[in-house]
Design a protein around this ligand. Structure first.
Ligand SMILES: [Ca+2]
Length: 172
C-alpha cells in the first residue's frame, strides 16, 4: 500500500469540509472529544472549532445536526468567568444564542456547546466532557487552497482566548 505523505493526508482531511451556506464545515458525529482535544483536532484538519457569527449561520448549521447530539463550538470563558471569548478570533464573543437560564451559575462550566437542551441553543458546560464537535474551515473561499495545517496565528488566538499555552492545550 502506498504510504501517503503528510501533505496528502492533510489535503484528504480538508475534504471533510462541506459547504453549508457560504462557509465550509465538518460536523463530527462519530468521535467525541473534550473541548481542548476538539480544538486541536479541528486545527489539525486545517480549520478551527466552529465560530458562528449570525442567526443565518446558526440556522443553516443547526439544520444539519443530529437531534440529541451535543456539539462543541469555539466559545469559552476559561480566562474570566462569564466573559465568553471566541477561540477563533481571540476576542469576546459577539454572537451568542444562549438557552434560557444559561450561562448558568456553575462556575466550573467554561466551554460552550450546542444541544444540551431540545434544539441547539448554547449552553456552557464542563470542558473535559467528551462531545461531538463542529469544525469550520479557516479558508472561507469557494476553492479550498493548499492545506495550511496548523496556523500559527490561530494558536495565538486560542492562547489569547483561553489563557492556556499551546503546549497545555495539546496535552489536555
Ligand atoms: Ca450551563
Amino acid at each position: 500500500m502506498k504510504q501517503r505523505t503528510l501533505k496528502e493526508e492533510c489535503q484528504n482531511e480538508r475534504r471533510k469540509f462541506k459547504k453549508i451556506g457560504q462557509k465550509y464545515y465538518h460536523i463530527e458525529n462519530n468521535e467525541k472529544l473534550s473541548w481542548f482535544s476538539a480544538l486541536q483536532r479541528c486545527a489539525e484538519w486545517g480549520g478551527h472549532l466552529v465560530h458562528l457569527k449570525s442567526d443565518e449561520e446558526w440556522n443553516l448549521v443547526k439544520e444539519k445536526l443530529e437531534m440529541g447530539y451535543r456539539y462543541w463550538v469555539d466559545l469559552n470563558d476559561l480566562q474570566t468567568d462569564n466573559t465568553f471569548m471566541s477561540a477563533t478570533t481571540g476576542e469576546e464573543a459577539k454572537f451568542v444564542k444562549w438557552h434560557s437560564g444559561e450561562p448558568g451559575p456553575d462556575n466550573n462550566e467554561h466551554c460552550v456547546e450546542l444541544g444540551r437542551f431540545d434544539g441547539f441553543d448554547m449552553n456552557d458546560f464542563y470542558c473535559f466532557e467528551k462531545k461531538n464537535f463542529i469544525c469550520e474551515s479557516s479558508n472561507e473561499r469557494e476553492e479550498l487552497g493548499e492545506c495550511a495545517g496548523m496556523q500559527e496565528d490561530l494558536w495565538l488566538k486560542y492562547q489569547k482566548s483561553t489563557g492556556h499555552s499551546r503546549e497545555l492545550i495539546m496535552i489536555i
